[in-house]
Design a binder for this molecule. Sequence first.
Ligand code: AMP
Ligand code: MG
Length: 316
Amino acid sequence: MPRLEGARMATERMKTVTAEYFDTVNAISACCNEALLEEAVAQCADYDALLSRFVPGSDVWEINHALGKRVHVSQHTATVLSLARQVAEASGGAFNIALGTLAALWAFTSGRTRVPSSEGISTALANTDCTLIEIGPGWVKAPSGMQIDLGGIAKGYIADRVADFLRERGVSCGLLNFGGNVVTIGKNIDGAPWSVGLQTPGGAAGRDFWAAVECSDATVVTSGVYERGFDVQGVRYHHILDPRTGYPVQNGLLSVTAVGPDSLVADALTTAMFVLGIEKGSELASRFGVEFAFLDRDGCVWRSPGLALTICSGRR
Ligand code: AMP
Ligand code: MG
């Protein structure tokens, strides 16, 4: 019986809260009191109110409505935009935060299930040159008409910040899952590394995993076709857009995972790696020193040798 009692105590020490921000359900689990978890959730709300293009008055909303004028922004926003610029450059434009008009046209978050007209897509592709975004000390300026969308990067930054907040408050065991952006704090409650499941595309959310990554104090970020999108005549139209064509990337990939110390970097990278495909995407990951795994529609897996990945049975 002592073992069972120990297990029960461990479960009771681990608390979880969930909250809907950034258009997704976010779960924060940690060995701490509930009041601290509620503070962490309140931080999610604050970051959402800063970085979401949908929240009137957020930094991103102000930039998108400034008609080309300078906007004063917080250090958080400047940090995210600077890293976005770095990954945009390193990926040859595959990662592009200036696709807001295009993302609004596809409208995956609203449940739209119709492919936009090619004319609409061409129009939405105008004004998407993210190299024209200027970042100065405490301010940002984007060309009039450009719509910035941090959907491919903000969750990673926020997960980092909230995890740091919990660490500073003494949490040594926790796991944050912000819609595919996982950050682990320390080891799991048994003192072993966390085992983070990678969602099977098309499988039951949160229950069906094609692989697991072992890690502690690390981030595991996945971009996949299954997160948002719709199917028309056997074609999957999903939310990762090719900035050159304006259409969802169709390169045979189902998901891309990056594992490293920094969720902001990993979030931007997985989106970029998805657009670039296996060869160029793995080069990009290596340049940033992150481990990775690509899963394609035939069930084949391409991974970096240093990744602690256990593939579930039946996969190659
Ligand atoms: P993720 O799930 O991190 O790969 O992010 C996908 C989200 O990023 C989409 O829902 C869009 O908001 C945005 N996005 C789509 N395509 C791109 C792209 N090529 N570069 C940057 N952000 C993108
Ligand atoms: Mg991303």
